[in-house]
Design a binder for this molecule. Sequence first.
Ligand code: PLP
Length: 368
Amino acid sequence: QSYFEGVQQAPPDSILGITEGFLADKSPNKLNLGVGAYRTEEGKPLVLSAVLKAQRIVVDDRSRNKARARDEYQPIGGNAQFCALSAALAYGPDFDGLRDGRVAVVQTLSGTGALAVGGAFLARHYAASKQVFVPNPTWGNHHGVFGSVGLTVKTYRYYHAATRALDYEGMLSDLRAAEPGAVVLLHACAHNPTGVDPTPDQWRGILAVVQERGLMPFFDSAYQGFASGDLDADAGALRMFASARRRDGSPQEMLLAQSFAKNMGLYGERVGALSVVTQSPEVRKRVDSQLKVAIRVMYSNPPIHGAAIAAMVMANPALSAEWQAELAGMAGRIKDMRRALVDALAAAGAPGNWDHITSQGAQAWLAA
Ligand code: PLP
């Protein structure tokens, strides 16, 4: 008699389930649209040339420095250079919060790890509320990750099925009804799964309600550079929030989960960062210490390799320029695919209006 006899079968992950079905399907024309990974014209993963070059440099460097014990543990917060570069990439190098040393940054196991560490930190040390509001719909794992650390997950209206657009009024009214201090999960750009992002004007309205209600923004940035092809434009919303001042003049606080899975094609290397914008270096220091406690009990410290590659790409001007050109290429091709899909639907005589496919992912921040 097994002690594990009572273990119930968990439902399969809905996205992984599609991949299993896909692998089992014998059709030569099959396409897996379930998993959020970029594919080339040939349906293959794209290895970014800037990332490949950075990897070669990192590997050479690590073999040369064998004597320096290259495989020793990293610090709990990970690669400090990677953390600084990630924060600058998201917030912009001129962000006063970085200059003033009031942003805590740690390396995480990709975006999911950043959300998990951020969630654990909030559950233990954020006194204002234990509720986190996520959009309806959202990336399914938001519910699981925040629920598993003991936060109460609630939803706010986001997608309006009838108009296939943002339910802006519904969103604002749900946020206005949230308890003061509640955490609000916001997709920084390229909302998953709808592809619908607020316009800059709508973001201003969302920020106003967040401040009015005293909510805590938690940005999830899994696609910086993918929405518009421009890293700065895709960080427009989170930068608006990070640079905002509250009515009393104090800096807006917030959290940010960053993933380099998609924009560097480093999916399996698990490269990410969590940052917390505080109001002073003194608070930043205490927050930083608690982020490290959260990490220490989960996995002790993060892996070396992927973060070293990402840091090399961001630090080296030539590699960084090459990366950004490749990123623009991927974003442009995604846009072309949307156009081609709409054209093909029209050519096939599909009933209804499919304009939302091309209007989603609008490049509002480029124009703004
Ligand atoms: N957040 C969103 C909205 C996502 O779509 C994803 C991945 O699909 C993630 C976070 C986390 O991805 P990863 O843990 O691979 O960085």
